[in-house]
Design a protein around this ligand. Structure first.
Ligand SMILES: [Zn+2]
Length: 342
């Protein structure tokens, strides 16, 4: 790894960590999350002012909402991020959910935003059939090969492993992919991002698997904290493992959550959690993002868009007296440290 040690591997090549600037560590620019049975024949119903309210609460109701495939729209949305002061987006669309390395490279050039791409597999419902028969070593080789040689013949390399998808209870294929991801992490020295199952036991269980497979909890990012853990004590227990805690559902301000029996917090509550964790010494393990993966999250379709944290969350942080240095840690220094290859 000597040549790239300490560097960030973006879709346009290596950059120095100091060049990233304001970074959102869990987004999707190009992605297709249409569930398997619907994927083939689906014809989209346009999103309109009449149905956008319903779709914001029930994002699965129109599968076309789960398709972000337009580079033109992506460029338009990311320009606003750039104009608001944004520097880098981590796109965690993994293999077989619409990942498009060349599309990301074109978008990165067009908007002058760094893009770090992921590799891995999402939840079992999105695994290609061959996952069942491949060994964990063979799956780890797929990830390592992409890191070293690029995706297919594009020469475009991922810069992070994940988001690795987990259900709860865990499918055997998901545990195998996570072990493979941890093995690949040990080999290439990259960060590993986990999408945990929707149960409070899921994050610690995932960290246990990472450790057993030789991965590094300190370089592991636990996504979606705020739809998985609902007390500061539970979050602190996870923090003790050394992993990054990613609050990546900012802008989801509705308490209703269509796919689990939970009360979703809002942005102000998320900031309160962050402040509590900073007070307890975990400032350098916190990350923030929006996890944009539906059309209705884009400005064009009535959503808040990629600039929401810059435009709307930083003022909440300021109002609650988070200081500038803490905000810079969460949005600039922590992402850069997390993404730098070992
Ligand atoms: Zn995601």
């Amino acid at each position: 790894m000597s040549g790239r040690a300490g560097k960030i591997q973006t879709v346009l090549g290596h950059v120095d960590p100091t060049e990233l600037g304001f970074t959102q560590t869990h987004e999707h620019i190009l992605v297709s999350l249409i569930p398997g049975p619907l994927r083939k024949d689906y014809v989209g119903e346009p999103i309109t002012l009449e149905n956008v309210g319903h779709l914001r609460r029930n994002w699965l109701a129109n599968p076309d909402n789960l398709n972000l495939t337009s580079e033109v729209e992506a460029i338009e949305e990311l320009k606003r991020f750039k104009d608001s002061g944004g520097g880098t987006i981590v796109d965690l669309s993994v293999i077989d959910i619409g990942r498009d390395p060349e599309g990301l490279a074109r978008i990165s050039r067009a908007v002058d935003v760094h893009i770090v791409m992921g590799t891995g597999y999402y939840t079992a419902g999105f695994h290609p059939p061959e996952i069942e028969s491949l060994s964990e070593e063979a799956i780890a080789d797929i990830f390592v090969n992409e890191f070293r040689n690029g995706v297919g013949d594009t020469g475009i390399k991922p810069g992070i492993i994940g988001e690795i998808g987990m259900d709860w209870p865990l499918y055997e294929g998901e545990a195998k992919v996570l072990r493979a991801a941890a093995m690949a992490q040990a080999e290439v020295g990259a960060a590993l991002n986990i999408h945990p199952g929707r149960d409070s036991a899921a994050p610690l269980d995932a960290i246990r698997i990472v450790k057993e497979a030789g991965g590094d909890p300190e370089r592991t990012v636990m996504s979606h904290i705020e739809r998985t853990l609902f007390s500061l004590d539970d979050i602190l227990e996870l923090a003790e493992t050394g992993c990054y805690l990613e609050f990546d559902l900012f802008a989801q301000e509705c308490s209703y959550y269509p796919i689990a029996d939970i009360d979703m917090p809002n942005d102000a509550t998320r900031v309160d959690y962050l402040i509590g964790l900073i007070e307890r010494g975990y400032r350098d393990k916190l990350l923030v993002s929006l996890d944009i993966c539906h059309k209705t999250q884009l400005a064009r379709y009535g959503g808040d868009g990629y600039s929401h944290i810059l435009e709307n969350v930083l003022p909440i942080m300021g109002r609650k007296h988070m200081n500038k240095d803490d905000i810079e840690a969460l949005t600039v220094r922590n992402p850069a440290r997390m993404l730098a290859l070992m």
